[in-house]
Design a protein around this ligand. Structure first.
Ligand SMILES: Cc1ncc(C[n+]2csc(CCOP(=O)(O)OP(=O)(O)O)c2C)c(N)n1
Length: 513
């Protein structure tokens, strides 16, 4: 067994049985080994940002890492924006990055680059294997690192000679440390705040927005009168019919500040003390009001449902919540706007769907219209680096082949990683993509004003327009193997969406706004 085969067998034995690949010469032994090892699903991605984004979507739904196979420094570099998003989402991931043979690096061949230097800011764990004898145990360490709470990015750099020389066989994954429990003192501090009679907000993130944790949090809120909010971006929220309905902290700074304005105690569970996405002249960086008592009750690395259960006991919120049935919106007619699109989506999202939300300005207010849909998982862009939606939907569909994935996708963001549609077609993934074709970087129009760059001229506005030429989404999707339909009214969107939801396989709807 050569090093490459020992590496692939170690990944498989360690439960990492999906690999999103974009290989090159240095990875050819890894690719060849894939044929000698059963049970590893390899998914070709036509750009590394699709591979890393797909591994992120996979990890969010499978709650375990996939691997990626990337080609030296430039391949890793192409994958970084979505590695960044995955790191912010705390998705476990094992990247295998090819490298020149150990003795070849010194000659500075065209593809020679500082791979470790490129990997480090976007990885929690980085190692270059010294030889074929150690590559399997390095891979086992990488898996353990990836699976360590709260979920980490592990990048293993594999020199070509470490893959083609004789390996040492399969290595066992070291014991993964258990998730830590939240400090009792933090639970008591939260309970004290909740009993103070002052205004309290509970801000949930990470695993605290899964169904069971949400139910506990809602009980606590109901018992104590505290407010309940989710973070602006959530890696995976379990929401919809039969589940607790909560809103998110709004993205626009002024709105977010207003929501927390009167709060005296802010309890963080799996969330961070909220920060504005950007600094704006005369606006605060921190959203909570000055003097607010911020209590970090359970960090993302800690066991959040367990901490919530203890808090529920501490405040006497022992009664299980009855969640009333909610009504879906009715299907509107007429022009396609964020409101009418939200209503159609809310009316039609099927049970057990996985929603990948990179709807940007169109999707900003989709929560109220979708509280009665589903139940479903809702995945969002987590690190602000646009271009995750199509890859994330691809990875989620690989993780959950029996579920419908609905990808709510802004057009500008879609163009970063549009190649992912080809992977959806090739793998016959059950993904319905709605492209919100507003033909602009709409969000940035607002940002121009927010940062104080007033009265933009034609050159500035032209940088925010995707018109001239308009992107032909139907042709683009079909060219990549995905059937597509263009719709211009809400009633037509509903009709096409209904039919696409009935059939299996990838489909794209160009939603013309
Ligand atoms: C990797 C990356 N590049 C650039 C940006 C800056 N940026 C933020 S939003 C945006 C445009 C979003 O446009 P679109 O996806 O069409 O959504 P819309 O604002 O029209 O709703 C850009 C370019 C970013 N966030 N991430």
């Amino acid at each position: 067994m050569n090093g490459a085969e020992s590496l692939v067998r170690t990944l498989k034995a360690g439960g990492v049985d999906v690999c999103f690949t974009n290989p090159g010469t240095s990875e050819m032994h890894f690719v060849a080994a894939l044929d000698r090892v059963d049970g590893v699903r390899c998914v070709l991605c036509l750009f590394e940002g699709v591979a890393t984004g797909a591994a992120d979507g996979y990890a969010r739904m499978a709650d375990k890492p996939a691997s990626t196979l990337l080609h030296l420094g430039p391949g890793l570099g192409n994958g970084i924006a979505n590695l960044h998003n995955a790191k912010k989402a705390r998705s476990p991931m094992v990247n295998i990055v090819g490298e020149h043979a150990t003795y070849h690096v010194q000659y500075d061949a065209p593809l020679t680059a500082d791979i470790e230097g490129t990997a480090k800011p976007y990885s929690h764990w980085v190692k270059t294997s010294a030889s074929a004898a150690t590559i399997a145990s390095d891979a086992a360490d990488a898996i353990a690192a990836a699976r360590t709470a709260p979920g980490q990015i592990a990048t293993l750099i594999a020199p070509a000679d470490a893959t083609w020389e004789e390996g040492a066989g399969i290595a066992a994954v070291p014991t993964i440390p258990e998730r830590a429990k939240a400090d009792e003192s933090a639970i008591l501090a939260a309970a004290k705040a909740l009993k103070s009679g002052e205004k309290v907000m509970i801000l949930l993130g990470d695993k605290a927005v899964r169904a069971q944790a949400l139910e506990l949090a809602a009980r606590i809120a109901e018992k104590t009168g505290a407010g309940l909010l989710a973070e602006t971006s959530n890696a995976r929220m379990e929401r919809g019919q039969g589940r607790v309905a909560i809103e998110r902290l709004p993205y626009p700074v002024d709105q977010a500040v207003a929501v927390l304005a009167e709060v005296k105690h802010l309890i963080l569970i799996g969330s961070r003390n909220p920060v504005a996405f950007f600094a704006y002249p005369d606006k605060p960086s921190l959203i909570a009001p000055e003097g607010c008592n911020v209590i970090m009750m359970a960090t993302p690395a800690e066991d959040q449902p367990e901490a919530l259960a203890r808090l529920a006991d501490a405040v006497g919120a022992t009664q299980k919540l009855v969640i009333a049935a909610r009504e879906r919106p009715s299907i509107p007619t007429g022009a396609l706007t964020p409101e009418t699109i939200g209503a159609v989506v809310g009316a039609l999202l099927p049970e057990n769907a996985i929603v990948c939300d990179e709807g940007v300005t169109t999707g900003r207010r989709f929560f109220p219209s979708t509280h009665a849909s589903g139940p479903m998982d809702w995945l969002q862009l987590s690190g602000g680096a646009i271009g995750v939606g199509i890859p994330m939907a691809t990875g989620a569909a690989v993780a959950c082949p029996d579920r419908k994935v609905v990808s709510l996708q802004a057009d500008g963001s879609a163009m970063y990683t549009v190649q992912g549609l080809w992977t959806q077609a090739r793998e016959k993934l059950d993904v319905l993509t709605l492209i919100f074709s507003n033909r602009s970087y709409n969000i940035l129009r607002g940002e121009l004003a927010n940062v104080g760059a007033n009265n933009p001229g034609p050159k500035a506005l032209n940088m925010l327009s995707l018109a001239d030429p308009d992107i032909g989404w139907v042709n683009l999707a079909r060219g990549l193997g995905v059937d597509a339909t263009r719709v211009e009214t809400a009633e037509r969107l509903a009709e096409v969406m209904k039919s696409a939801l009935r059939s299996k396989g990838p489909h794209l709807i160009e939603v013309v706004m």
